[in-house]
Write a protein that binds this ligand. Structure first.
Ligand code: SF4
Ligand code: SF4
Length: 405
């Protein structure tokens, strides 16, 4: 593809529109979303008669108040704007959450995340087709073949509605990470097993985002009104951020989001995207429109425990120790036996099958992790419905990090 034909997602000069917004008020949000779409150059002609898929973040079956999933009011406001703006041929909400991708699980997710109620007054249909299609990604660097859920693969236009959160594996979850929910259910764990090294996994995420964005029109709209800090994407705590971000380049958008979270340059997928020329290396090099994002930077945004400080402490260990010893230093998932109910969700989600269910002395079942084969993907922590998996930092590493402060 020549430079002239490069899609917006590969253009590091693609603007990001920043909308100040500190509450979920539907009418206010509807107006602001319309303003942002106009600012990034979206027209009804680009959408009329098209098959449109709306891709929210429904990573886990939880009440929206915990801020792990797309806020229903945000979705309601977005749909109100969309329906007043264009006349699509088809409009479908499509997402593959963290667990199994079945009609029953989709029904439960839509209900418990407040999505079913949010769409009641809209013409959008909720997807129950659990088929998927294999798609080749000739430009992929880490991965050249992806399984995509059918409504996403068939869409002419995708609205990628991400939620800004911390993330135990990838540091942050935003526009780029949200596209991982286009991979069907448990197949996602196969990707974790195929790309066990974090940098390779994040390179694969760039391939996936690039594939989706370069093969159709994708608009990225990010809910950063209330995000999640700490042990995201599901076990952290809600945190007010106060903005909505919009762009046609997910890498530029996330570059600004990353800076807002106070961790500029720490996200592997954005480093990879910069190296490929898809976005600038620094947030202040991104073209931003609307409000000044620098006013929203959070210097005290809590990082996930998995990050103790691979960057601060490990980085100054001699290279000699960077190999085998590294694994010993890495934070690892630990089962909190007191609250573990033995549901087995973590064992089902572990891509390398290193979790077993065992009885304790009283016969109560709980999960046990074999640390030797754990690849530190943190899928188990992400998907434990009872927040019974902690990320334990190596005490030596904690000490080293403290010494450096
Ligand atoms: S750790 Fe969580 S997911 Fe695993 S068995 Fe216990 S409660 Fe279930
Ligand atoms: S135990 Fe948890 S962190 Fe380790 S490989 Fe399995 S799912 Fe990933």
């Amino acid at each position: 593809m020549s430079d002239v034909e490069a899609p917006p997602s590969r253009n590091p000069g693609e603007p990001v529109f920043v909308i100040p917004c500190d509450s979920y008020e539907k009418d206010l949000l509807t107006g602001k979303i319309g303003e942002a779409m106009q600012a990034i150059g979206l027209t009804p002609l680009m959408l009329n008669g098209k098959r449109i898929a709306v891709k929210p973040n429904l990573v886990i079956r939880k009440d929206p108040s915990i801020a792990a999933t797309t806020n229903p009011v945000f979705l309601d406001a977005f749909l109100s704007w969309l329906e007043s703006f264009c006349e699509p041929k088809d409009l479908v909400l499509a997402e593959s959450s963290g667990g199994p991708y079945t009609e029953a699980s989709l029904r439960a997710i839509y209900r418990e995340c407040g999505i079913q109620r949010a769409v009641e007054t809209h013409s959008i249909r909720l997807n129950y087709d659990v088929s998927s299609k294999s798609v080749s990604a000739p430009s992929g660097k880490a991965c050249r073949q992806f399984d995509l859920i059918t409504p996403i693969e068939e869409a002419d236009v995708i609205f990628n509605l991400s939620k800004l959160k911390s993330h135990s594996l990838t540091r942050m979850s935003g526009a780029v990470k949200n596209t991982f929910g286009c991979i069907p259910g448990l197949t996602k764990f196969e990707y974790h097993a195929r790309f066990p090294k974090n940098d390779l996994f994040q390179s694969m995420l760039v391939d996936l985002s690039d594939l989706l964005h370069s093969s159709r029109t994708v608009i990225d709209l990010q809910d950063a009104i209330i995000g999640m800090e700490g042990n995201g994407p599901t076990a952290g705590t809600p945190r007010k951020i106060g903005v909505v971000l919009c762009s046609r380049n997910p890498f530029c958008l996330d570059r600004i989001a990353e800076a807002i979270l106070g961790c500029p340059g720490e996200t592997g997928m954005l480093k990879e995207a910069s190296e490929r020329g898809f976005c600038p290396e620094r947030a202040d090099e991104v073209v931003s429109l609307g409000a000044d994002w620098q006013e929203y930077v959070l210097s005290d945004f809590k990082a996930p425990d998995s990050r103790v400080s691979l960057s601060s402490a490990l980085s100054w260990l001699p290279n000699l120790f960077g190999g085998k010893v590294y694994a010993w230093f890495e934070p690892r998932p630990v089962i909190r036996k007191k609250t573990c109910v033995g549901c087995g969700e973590c064992a089902r989600s572990c891509p390398v099958h290193t979790i077993t269910m065992v009885p304790d002395r009283k016969g109560k079942r709980h999960a046990r992790i074999n640390p030797d084969s754990c690849i530190r993907c943190f899928c188990c922590q992400e998907l434990c419905p009872f927040r019974s998996i902690d990320i334990r930092k190596n005490p030596v590493l904690k000490g080293l990090a403290a010494l450096r402060r």
